[in-house]
Ligand binder design. Structure first.
Ligand code: GLC
Length: 715
């Protein structure tokens, strides 16, 4: 059940909640779970203090850094460009004020979504006095308490409330290569060629800010990309998709079409009725007001031209809003910034020491939206609305699945696109941190997420890159990205041996595409995340405490290596499992497993069946002849699995235009049933390789077509 409690008088309507699926109630109804003990209005702020009766765990809040269990800290929700993700960095780019509480013995579970898009702080028992407090700057907020048997049920309901995930195209599950920046069209083409020449699979290449003329959004740098259309054509021929970055700041420049068409109509205002201006990459810029539908349409119309040129999707950045400085900042910091001007762009950030520092304090009170709403009341939805602009256009006009990732977000973003975790570093610590962050993003309802594999800031080394890439295999978005001025980290940058290991790592991902896509698409439909913490599937006390293992779909447990020189690691297995890499079988419980550098540390759980295929240089299901099933069986239990397929790009899946097969293994038979055949799939050979718990194996094969039912005896 979803219950809504209103505190104070909220004057901002929520952008997160899409459906009336809740019941209005009062806090007294939850005395079993918690008790409100104080409600205070203090000037512009409201604080609600709540006693929590049980000791337990608090999971959620999206990609905030720190431990998976959020207890014992205070978290601020105020979207900020904060690029040094040390373990207590806060606030960060996104706001997902939703957590799930689980008591020690799993007997009490509830979800709590505090819907307020302005400044908010949630303190989860930082004083060790068994209280949680919610503090907002504003007139009131709505809170949704979600009850259910377990996390699975709670997350499903949270997604009924805030909307289902939009499906990403199938190629979004291939490997993706990025860099700030590939500076010229030749460089982009060279990178692409190198992938094909080296036989390293890759589906997507990114264009960072340097593809634009002077960082002006919706332009092309004609010097460095003189024949960008041809470049895009060539890339498409070679099986690549191209994603370009979009930054919201529009350069203030006479005769620049985008600026001229938005000027006086579409940009955020300052409190005196003038135009709000700041400095970002292009220098002096103004910011579109994406809350306004007209503005979203205008933005999307311009974005459409990029799509017409051949761009396949967008990477929405700097939308917290990240601002290096405003005129006022410059005035205030006069001593440090002699003769500085907004036009100085990035130089300002350098002089001030850190991008985003200023944004952290201000840029809320000084901005007004076109409808008069002060920015500080809705700041956390800026990135969501920016993403919504292109998402709606791509879905409605082009009838396609959008490929959109955003750095800044608020609850509900999953309806429009996915996210990446922003500017991490090439640090060992960030492997662990990214595991926690993508798992917590799943709990915030965002099923397509990723992080800069290899690390964005700082210099990577070979070992760290390999371990980062091995984790990337099990992240919904597998994208290697790094910052200007740092060591290059494409798979071939560290010599032959490392290149060969990384080729295998990437090919391993491609083998898993049928499994990944099936799990992802059925997950979208049923509100089940691809990546999830162990306690999502297993109600065992160990599962509540482990943050360096997770489930990737319902059959694979991943136990990444997040330290250098680790040849063995301790893994807790909820069930007997087989190492996907070396075939070793381990009983459930705590086990020591081998993790030499070339080992991808992942396990298939007992009584599961995983569909795989031969790796391709880019994802193309039409060229797949053979599906190989890895079955791991105790010889007694019934095994059930699925195989899902559709065109991979359209919105047809919403109208059941897909092919779904159910695979049942029992009594020495494999039974394949067609559950849905509204997408025509080609005939293929399905090879089943069954490994039994004692290590013995059996193999059977069958031709499987579009429709029908098949029974194959296992001999
Ligand atoms: C921001 C983004 C990063 C990008 C850079 C240049 O730091 O987070 O991914 O490469 O800007 O556009």
């Amino acid at each position: 059940m979803i219950y809504k409690i209103t505190y104070g008088e909220p004057d901002i309507s929520s952008e997160a909640v899409v459906r009336y699926v809740f019941q209005e109630t009062s806090p007294n109804d939850f005395s079993e779970l918690f008790k409100d003990i104080e409600y205070k209005v203090d000037g512009e702020y409201i604080t609600l203090k709540r006693r929590i009766e049980n000791e337990g765990y608090f999971f959620g809040f999206g990609d905030k850094v720190g431990p998976l269990d959020r207890k014992g800290r205070r978290y601020v929700f105020w979207n900020t460009d904060n690029f040094t993700h040390h373990p207590s960095a806060d606030p960060l780019y996104k706001s997902f004020p939703f957590f799930v509480y689980i008591s020690k013995d799993f007997d009490k579970v509830y979800g709590c979504f505090t819907d307020y898009p302005g400044w908010m702080e949630i303190d989860i028992d930082s004083n060790n006095d068994k209280t949680i407090s919610f503090k907002i700057r504003g007139k009131g907020f709505n809170q949704y308490i979600i009850t259910g048997k377990n996390v699975r049920e709670i997350l499903k309901q949270y997604l009924r409330l805030t909307g289902q995930n939009i499906a990403f195209p199938i190629w979004a599950f291939g490997y993706q290569q990025s860099r700030w920046s590939y500076m010229t069209q030749d460089e982009v083409l060279d990178i692409a060629n190198k992938f094909r020449k080296e036989d390293i699979p890759c589906d997507v290449i990114y264009l960072d800010i340097d593809y634009m003329q002077d960082y002006k959004v919706f332009t092309w740098n004609k010097n460095n990309f003189p024949s960008y259309k041809k470049m895009l054509e060539k890339l498409h021929q070679d099986g690549f998709k191209v994603i370009s970055i979009l930054d919201p700041g529009v350069k203030v420049e006479r005769f620049y079409k985008i600026f001229e068409s938005g000027n006086g109509r579409y940009f955020l205002k300052d409190i005196y009725g003038g135009d709000f201006e700041g400095a970002v990459w292009p220098g002096r810029v103004r910011f579109p007001d994406f809350r306004d539908k007209k503005v979203r349409i205008w933005w999307a119309r311009n974005a459409k031209k990029y799509l017409k040129d051949g761009i396949d999707g967008f990477w929405n950045d700097m939308n917290e809003i990240a601002i290096f400085a405003t005129e006022d900042d410059i005035k205030e910091a006069k001593k440090k910034l002699k003769n500085a001007k907004l036009e100085d762009g990035i130089k300002l950030a350098g002089t001030l020491g850190s991008i985003g520092e200023i944004g952290r304090q201000g840029h809320g009170d000084d901005i007004v939206h076109l409808d008069g709403t002060p920015h500080w009341k809705v700041k956390n939805t800026y990135g969501l609305n920016m993403t919504k602009a292109t998402s709606e256009m791509i879905q409605k006009d082009l009838k396609k699945r959008p490929f959109l990732i955003s750095r800044s977000a608020y609850s509900g973003i999953q309806r429009y696109g996915g996210v990446w975790t922003g500017d991490n570093h090439s640090w060992w610590e960030h492997i662990r941190q990214e595991i926690i962050r993508i798992n917590s993003l799943s709990l915030a309802g965002v099923f397509y997420s990723g992080f800069d594999v290899g690390g964005f800031g700082g210099d990577v080394n070979a070992e760290l890159l390999i371990r980062f890439m091995q984790l990337g295999v099990f992240s919904p978005m597998f994208r290697n990205h790094s910052a200007i001025g740092t060591k290059r980290q494409e798979p071939w940058q560290f010599g032959e041996e490392v290149k060969n290991i990384l080729r295998d790592v990437i090919k391993f991902r491609y083998r898993l595409i049928p499994y990944i896509y099936t799990q992802y698409m059925l997950g979208i439909k049923k509100n089940i995340p691809l990546v999830r913490p162990l306690f999502y599937d297993f109600s065992k006390k160990e599962a509540l405490k482990i943050e360096d293992e997770f489930m990737f779909g319902d059959s694979i447990l991943v136990a990444p290596v997040d330290r250098p020189n680790v040849e063995k690691r301790l893994v807790w297995l909820p069930k007997t499992a087989i190492n996907l890499f070396d075939g070793n079988i381990y009983r459930n419980g705590w086990r020591i497993v081998n993790t030499p550098i070339e080992h991808i540390p992942a396990f298939q759980l007992i009584n599961t069946a995983i569909p795989t295929m031969e790796p391709q240089s880019y994802v193309d299901m039409l060229k797949v002849d053979i599906i190989s099933w890895n079955v791991f069986s105790d010889g007694k239990s019934r095994i059930m699995s699925y195989f899902y397929e559709d065109d991979g790009i359209s919105l047809g899946y919403k109208k059941r235009e897909y092919n779904l097969k159910q695979i049942l293994i029992k009594d020495n038979n494999i039974i394949i049933k067609t559950k849905q055949a509204d997408y025509n799939v080609r005939n293929r050979t399905w090879n089943f390789s069954i490994t039994y718990i004692d290590g013995s194996t059996k193999n059977v094969s069958i031709e499987v077509g579009n429709d029908g039912e098949y029974t194959i005896p296992i001999r």
